[in-house]
Design a protein around this ligand. Sequence first.
Ligand code: SD4
Length: 317
Amino acid sequence: PPKGPIVLSTWAHNMKANKAAWEILSKGGYALDAVVNGVMVPEADPSDNSVGYGGLPDRDGKVTVDSCVMNEKGQCGAVMSLEEILHPVQVARLVMEKTPHVQLVGEGALRFALSQGFKRTNLLTPESEKAWKEWLKTSNYDPLRTVKELEEKLKREGYEKQEAMLYKWPSEVLNHDTIGMIALDAKGNLCGACTTSGMAFKMSGRVGDSPIIGAGLFVDNEVGAASATGVGEEMVKICGSHTVVEMMRHGASPEAACKEAVRRIVKNNGANAKNVQACFIAINKKGEYGGYSVMKNFSMAVRNTSIETSINSKSWF
Ligand code: SD4
């Protein structure tokens, strides 16, 4: 018998998002409804500066969002480089449900969203605009920072405690707080969603892993589900989330499966691997869960019938 329900998300602060998903899962609801409801929480949260409203813009000052969903039937939908839409995950779901396609990008994605009744919303908050103007002074695109640099910065700012780092690191230091959320419902259905405004100050038109099926998210109802956060280019290069699910198919635990995807990224990056953060989460059909990251301090939020907590994953370095 299935061991659901369970919901697992990237980053500790997404316990809030899990709560919204749990409202549906705990009543026997559908995993897809749960993950969509869940990821809408950070999408609408202006203090979360790498998802949706309040997300940091690209280098031209535009906030563009990437989002996808995948369900237990292997159906999926995605929007990429979409502007002015507060809940891209809902548009991604409609791409899956109402179009013959899987991916819509940019202007076409926006036109589709508007045709479905979504309203244009300015996603650039005054705070994000300020951060962008500040960035323009140096225009140094550097999502890859060493752990040492990171720890020094946190120390200078007085964040010496581990918990403080958990909350502080993603959004304000490395801009890694994309939400990937995967769930197994009481009926045994696995579904997932992933949504982000992408890497801060990315080039215009850049698409990361988050809306790419197999990279930022993958679900196979026979096996399990996986999602990712971090420097998206790295997940795309190894079809990361698909890799994780395939490892579970061949018997790996969720954590071991995530570790293998991380190993491939570490291998690809050679001596520079210590400067790359890439993180995976996974659940399997039995309701077991796990995660793994390249650098330390990746946290995941989990909720099932017995726990509601955040956990630091193991890491390569
Ligand atoms: C991307 N993976 O666009 C995303 C970034 C991310 O938290 O994870 N941010 O590459």
